[in-house]
Write a protein that binds this ligand. Sequence first.
Ligand code: GLN
Length: 501
Amino acid sequence: MEATIAKPVSTATLFGHPMGLFVLFFTEMWERFSYYGMRAILLLFLIDNVRGGMGLNEAEGAAIYGIYTASVYLLSLPGGWIADNILGQRKSIVYGGVIIMLGHIILAIPSGPGLFYAGLCTVAMGTGMLKPNISSIVGELYPEGGARKDAAFSIFYMGINLGSLLGISLVGFLGQRVGWHYGFGAAAIAMALGIVTFQTFGQRYLGEHGKYVARTTTNDGKSSGGNRSLLLFLAVLVALMATLQLTGVLDLTTALGLAKAMGAIISMVALGYFVYILTAGGLDAVEKKRVVVLFVFFLASAMFWAGNEQQGSSLQIFADRFTDLNVFGWPMPSSWFQNLNPAFVLSLSPVLAMLWIFLANRNINFSVPAKFATSLILLGLAYVVMVFASKLALTGMRISPVYLASTYLFFTLGELFLSPVGLSAFSKLSPKRYTSQLMGIWFVGTSLGNLIAGLFAGGFDEKNVHQMPQMFQSVAYFGLGAGFLMLLFAKPLQKWMGGIK
Ligand code: GLN
């Protein structure tokens, strides 16, 4: 029940930003604590058969890891839709948070695979409801846009990574050293703290932000036409999956088959969407060119995350099996390597901010396509390091952590050239009436990348360990090849952006 006398909304600021930003910062910090904390031990738990894990083989475990992480980002599409049309962002965040917490509670109960997968699905659904909507409210706090909005998103990105750092440290330690389910339980408690933070301070500091629901009207012929094309598209997907299953190309009863099918579906949805919007979206010539540029960014982003998100998959296995984990005589939990990513984000963000200012002051134009190209090249370099590291590991010794640390350094630098840059490019280049949908497509790119990262780690089983260097080499070639190709096209791509920087 609402109180009859509404509390006044505070106009207080901190570091020049509204207090509401910090409510969102801490809520997202706790949510990412639970997400990255659990993710850090997920694959290890799935393939463990000694300490009460699921005992799956690497290919199955990695496929499930891929399906899970891909679903989390894919479900932000319906999550955004529910907020826009039914609940509003504020309620979606609260419900999403509660669903995530319930999911982690389910995971914390030692049980069989059925309950465990139900827990994973629950966390993924809750995250889909929370994640896109909390970022939208950040944007809403700054209707004037501009540099202050960019700064707000950077602060928010710091919250994400602070949560990730704390989560991986605590959940990783509990999971690997005390018991898997204690780790999952800690993730549930973190999410509870996030909900309490949001509920306690949201009312006071967020005012009416995120309460708006734009109900869709269905009174014109267009929406029923849209429904018909959607149904047709779904029918084609079902027919395609049935054909693949019946012809034996995919086996949808296995995790690996499901993951591959999911990859095919995500790619078709994205491609179908771009074809639709370009041919039937009623865009003018300038808008069409911008959407083509966004399509290139989408591909680059999927490729980038496919390499970067191997932190929780192949690189996690590499840390666990082949890396020297001794820190001054103390054996560190292998999942702690994943801490390097948020730690580098937190320390490098200010450096990059200074670099952008330095270049701007000298009128040096570092275009968005050139930044994307740079991020792919950095990703390629990260995996060049892994080629050497894996060759050394094959000699039978546990190798120095410096290798993995360098890999993390390269692709985290790459992340900072792509992740915040891509978010703002999508919001600026999208034709106005398609902005939320295209923002959703940005997350679909992340989803596809996560799935590929999972599928890739499937090749990491003990039997074909000698193939490690070639596997890493293929990622290195892809990154470098795609990066240099994009660099070649950076100028024309920038022209097609039509004056937007
Ligand atoms: N680390 C960022 C987050 O959690 C970006 C993740 C991604 O897009 N893959 O929001």
